[in-house]
Design a protein around this ligand. Structure first.
Ligand SMILES: Cc1cc2nc3c(=O)[nH]c(=O)nc-3n(C[C@H](O)[C@H](O)[C@H](O)COP(=O)(O)OP(=O)(O)OC[C@H]3O[C@@H](n4cnc5c(N)ncnc54)[C@H](O)[C@@H]3O)c2cc1C
Length: 155
């Protein structure tokens, strides 16, 4: 599904899309034609923006939150793994980091337990997580755009 920078369909402003169903243009030509990958944290950023934008619509205001499409991934290979941080996921990036080793497997197991606990408790982003991620410059949402200048009152 086509979406604009607020995750809205360009033709229908009250229809939003998140995740793998979002149509992203190919980043580069590859021998096997593949789409741009979507990852968990990137999708969480889309969902956060959509939740805020739908709340804006319901409150009668103009939707304004943009997702970062940042990526933080732990790919577990069992006896090893690869971790990556790509801010944002689709280049050009402000930050590009990758690491590998057995520690990624341990980190993934820890994350799985932490994530399931969050789901059970109905907590999307506990305060400590927000503080740690923010300190590292990793956010779901782009900073709020400045408020539009006040319109001049009619004389
Ligand atoms: C093998 C693999 C490993 C991955 N590893 C990582 C990783 O380490 N880190 C990371 O960040 N990302 C990883 N990803 C990517 C990540 O899992 C996906 O990007 C993410 O799950 C997509 O979320 P989604 O909600 O868009 O789609 P999905 O998770 O695919 O959810 C779509 C849901 O819609 C349901 N559905 C489909 N059609 C219908 C229908 N007609 N009616 C009702 N329901 C329907 C499906 O059953 C499914 O439950 C991995 C993906 C794969 C395949």
């Amino acid at each position: 599904m086509l979406v604009d920078k607020l995750q809205r369909n360009p033709a229908f402003g009250n229809v939003f899309a998140v995740g793998v169903c979002v149509a992203t243009p190919p980043y580069e030509q590859t021998p096997v034609p593949v789409g741009v990958p979507k990852t968990g944290y990137m999708i969480e950023s889309m969902v956060s923006a959509v939740a805020e934008n739908i709340a804006d619509l319901m409150a009668g205001s103009v939707p304004h939150r943009e997702p970062t499409w940042n990526a933080v991934c732990l790919a577990d290979f069992g006896d090893s793994g690869v971790a990556l941080v790509a801010l944002p996921q689709i280049p050009p990036r402000n930050l590009n980091w990758a690491g590998q080793g057995y520690w990624v497997h341990l980190a993934k197991v820890t994350l799985e337990n932490y994530f399931l606990r969050k789901v059970r408790r109905g907590s999307g982003e506990p305060g400590c997580e927000r503080i740690i991620m923010k300190a590292r410059g990793i956010n779901w949402l782009r900073p709020k755009p400045p408020a539009p200048p006040p319109t001049q009152a009619a004389e």
